[in-house]
Structure formats: structure tokens, C-alpha cells
Design a protein around this ligand. Structure first.
Ligand SMILES: O=C(O)CCC(=O)C(=O)O
Length: 453
């Protein structure tokens, strides 16, 4: 289902503004899966900020982020962009599947479906016109990081971008530095197949319309990325136009979020979100500049498995996790990343509690904002946490004043100190399970204590 023309009755359109779109449904390619609309909001709307905080996509309609560039077209750029070299991908198909040239040697007989050619901007424009005029199969897609070879007029426009707004966004979320601005100039109908990036992205549309279909990170099981070592790592193997359900059965369950962005719109593409992007059919050329930011400093991984975890979290589960992942990898991750990893897949969701249950220590200061500072927990189960000590239980008892039920069964180090502190701090405590606690424990009056030895 495509977003189509926003109407006030569609699901999710409480966020949509009514406007006259410069495109129609017939310009969208047809796919088999369902989608929901990505909210379109003013950057001043608190809901927009909430979505970005939650790392959920949103289209911001009025940031003026690239306002000076809205006049850009191929004539203006040809005149002003300078005589540097530009990377242009050339393909015989509309699909421009990204490949990492450095990884090509990893796979025998890998033949990319597009080739990268360095050329001057004017050559690109000439080639594009030639293709359009001859109606040839060949398609072009310029994808070049903006650099210091651009001419003065472009520099002036670039300096006029709304840096005040975007710098604030970056600072507020503690993101790392802006790594690059990729300039994308595509022919109508070009498609960038679904993939994810390891950076936060403000995707600013300048000319023409692009349909953007996004999928949250937890749908990776439906999207079948190429193996890590493969040049197409981070790209989905599924051909959206002709899905092979035998090979990729979970693709049947994929559900996307979509929008069509036009000049002046800025789409926030959160890190790790899959995105499929198409320049609309019969819509003329499209121009986009994106703003890529490294993940936030707080999220920067400080352990030797940085690349393994950060880039290929989905392959982690291929490791024999009982022997490798749990004892040797998770212990290098700060608690806030363990909590976040649970959102990645059902397996991680199951695995993290297994790891936590076997934790020797639990440093709450590492938990970051994922765990509330004031814990309103009513029930805590710490059965068989082998290294659990009184100090930890006392800490919890002092933090969780609403605690009604606590189990510290099968913990050899727990003594009556825990029980006393629990009794003093948790007046609502009704149930304390001390089964199998070997150290001497007195039963304080006032709540039920269960222990069998
Ligand atoms: O616009 C496109 O075709 C692809 C852009 C993209 O993948 C990105 O900005 O991350």
C-alpha cells in the first residue's frame, strides 16, 4: 500500500498535513508488502522531536535545511559545481545495488550490476541527456561526496544551509561528527535497493520526488542481508519486484513505513533502519543531499569487537553463543547496548536475560538512559545469580521502594543483611524467597519468608 495522497481518514495520517503532492500513485512501483505512512511534521512539532529521540523516521517539512540549494538543477550545477571528478554509477537496470569495491576480492566471480566511472559533471549531464534521447537501457546515478573541488556558488549555498538547526539536532542527541554530505543525482525510475547504514541520516530532498520505504532494524530476519564478507554486505538479497519466497520465506512478513519526499522535505533515516529509495517513474531527475552522522559518542563501542557488533550484529548469533558470545563478547558491552540489542531480534531478546542472569556484577551506572533512575519495580527475580552479594541486594532495596516480591533463592552469599535492608526500605514487601540460601538468615516479622533450608 502506498502512502498516496494524504487523506485525513487513513491510519497514521493524524500526522500528515494536507497538501497537493507533485506526484501521483501511478509513479510508484508496485510491491507485495504492506506499508504505513511515515509521519510528516513541522520541525517545531514536539512529536517530531520525540520521533527522532526514539530513533524513528519522520519527514520534516519546514527545516529550510537546504533552502539555498532548492534552485539547483543540472544547468546551474554544470555552471557552478567546478571541474572535479564525480563518481557516476552506470547500470543496464534501474536497480543500483551498492557494492563495496574493497570486498570484491572476497567473492569469486562477483560481477556487479553497475560500474563506477569517474567523470566531470558536464560529461555526466551529456551522457544522461544522450541516454534520455536515445531511449537506451543505460541508466546513470551520480553519487559523490561534496568536497572542496566545488565552485564558489556551491560553497555559498552550502554555507547557507540551516546549520543552526542541524547542529542543534546533532548536539542534542550527542551524535558524533558529520561524516559526509553525499550528493545524489539520479534519473527518473532509479532505485537504490533496501540496505541499512551505520550512521544517522538527515536525507534532504532538493529536486524531484523520491519514494522512501523504511523497515525497522528488527525486521532483518525478513530482509536477508548478504553475508558480512560479501561486497553487498548490509544490502538485502531480496528482489522486491520479484521476491523468491522459497529462498526468503520471511519476506512475506515484512512491513514497511513509507513516504514520498519532495523539494524542501528532510527525512530522518535512523541508523540501522533499512531503506529502499526510488526516484519516481516519469518524474524527471532527482537531486538529494544527505547528512550522515556517526552514532552518538555514548553509543560508541569501546571494545575489541567494535566492528563485529556495530556492523554485523545479526551475524553474532551465528557464533556458538553459549561458549563465545555470552562469556566473551557481551561482557565488553556497556549495559545500555545490551538493553538496545534486545530490540534487534527475538533471539537477542531471549539471550540478553540469559547473560544477565549469569552476570557476576551489575553496574547500574552503566545502564544509561535505558533503565530509569527511579526504579518503580514491584518484583525482582534474582534466582541463582551465582555471584550476587548483599551489597547488590541492598542497593536494589534502597532504589526500589515499591518492591513487593524479591527472590534471591539459590544464592550462597546472601545473608540477613539483605533481609534487614529490604525490610527497612520496602514497606510493601510481601514475598521474599530465600530458598537455598546457605548463610544464616533470621526471619524478620512482617513479611512472608520462604526458605527451605
Ligand atoms: O537516494 C538514494 O538513492 C540512496 C540514498 C541512501 O541510501 C542514503 O542516503 O543512505
Amino acid at each position: 500500500m502506498a502512502e498516496g495522497e494524504p487523506s485525513c481518514t487513513e491510519e497514521g495520517t493524524e500526522f500528515s498535513e494536507f497538501r497537493c503532492p507533485g506526484w501521483s500513485e501511478s509513479q510508484l512501483r508496485k510491491y507485495t508488502f504492506q506499508t504505513r505512512p511515515i509521519p510528516r511534521l513541522s520541525h517545531t512539532d514536539p512529536r517530531a522531536e520525540m520521533l527522532i529521540d526514539n530513533e524513528e523516521p519522520v519527514v520534516l517539512t519546514d527545516t529550510n535545511l537546504v533552502y539555498p540549494a532548492l534552485k539547483w538543477d543540472t544547468d546551474f550545477l554544470q555552471e557552478s559545481i567546478g571541474d572535479g571528478d564525480f563518481s557516476v554509477y552506470i547500470a543496464q537496470t534501474h536497480k543500483f545495488l551498492y557494492y563495496d569495491e574493497k570486498k570484491m576480492a572476497n567473492v569469486e566471480n562477483f560481477t556487479p550490476k553497475s560500474r563506477r566511472v569517474e567523470m566531470k559533471f558536464s560529461e555526466f549531464v551529456d551522457k544522461m541527456h544522450e541516454t534520455e534521447e536515445t531511449g537506451g537501457e543505460e541508466r546513470l546515478y551520480l553519487q559523490q561526496t561534496l568536497n572542496d573541488t566545488v565552485g564558489r556558488k556551491i560553497v555559498v549555498d552550502f554555507l547557507g544551509f540551516n546549520w543552526k538547526w542541524i547542529n542543534k539536532q546533532q548536539a542534542k542527541r550527542n551524535w558524533g561528527p558529520l561524516t559526509s554530505n553525499l550528493l545524489l543525482i539520479g534519473m527518473e525510475g532509479n532505485v537504490t535497493p533496501a540496505h541499512y547504514d551505520e550512521q544517522q541520516n538527515f536525507f534532504a530532498q532538493i529536486k524531484g520526488y523520491k519514494r522512501c520505504i523504511l523497515f525497522p532494524p528488527d525486521q532483518f530476519e525478513c530482509l536477508y542481508p548478504f553475508p558480512v564478507h560479501h561486497p553487498c554486505d548490509r544490502q538485502s538479497q531480496v528482489d522486491f519486484e520479484n521476491p523468491d519466497y522459497e529462498k526468503f520465506p520471511n519476506f512475506k512478513h515484512v512491513v514497511g513505513y513509507e513516504t514520498v519526499v519532495g523539494p524542501g522535505d528532510v527525512l530522518y533515516i535512523p541508523m540501522y533502519w533499512w531503506h529502499h529509495i526510488e526516484s519516481l517513474l516519469n518524474g524527471g531527475i532527482t537531486i538529494t543531499v544527505n547528512f550522515w552522522y556517526k552514532c552518538c559518542n555514548e553509543q560508541a563501542f569501546m571494545y575489541p569487537f567494535k566492528d563485529l557488533i556495530c556492523c554485523c550484529w545479526y551475524h553474532l548469533l551465528d557464533l556458538p553463543w553459549e561458549d563465545v558470545l555470552v562469556p566473551h563478547v557481551f561482557c565488553f558491552l556497556p549495559m545500555c547496548h545490551l538493553v538496545s540489542l534486545q530490540r534487534v531480534s527475538k533471539q537477542f531478546q531471549a539471550l540478553i536475560p540469559v547473560y544477565l542472569a549469569n552476570c557476576c556484577s551489575f553496574d547500574l551506572s552503566q545502564a544509561g538512559p535505558c533503565i530509569p533512575k527511579q526504579m518503580g519495580l514491584e518484583s525482582i527475580n534474582l534466582i541463582a545469580c551465582r555471584q550476587l552479594k548483599d551489597e547488590a541486594v541492598c542497593y536494589l532495596a534502597k532504589k526500589c521502594l515499591k518492591l513487593k516480591s524479591l527472590s534471591v533463592a539459590v544464592n550462597t552469599n546472601i545473608s540477613d543483611v539483605s533481609v534487614e535492608v529490604g525490610a527497612k526500605n520496602c514497606p510493601q514487601m510481601e514475598h521474599l524467597d530465600l530458598t537455598g540460601c546457605l548463610r544464616e538468615i533470621m526471619s524478620p516479622s512482617g513479611y512472608q519468608v520462604k526458605y527451605s533450608n
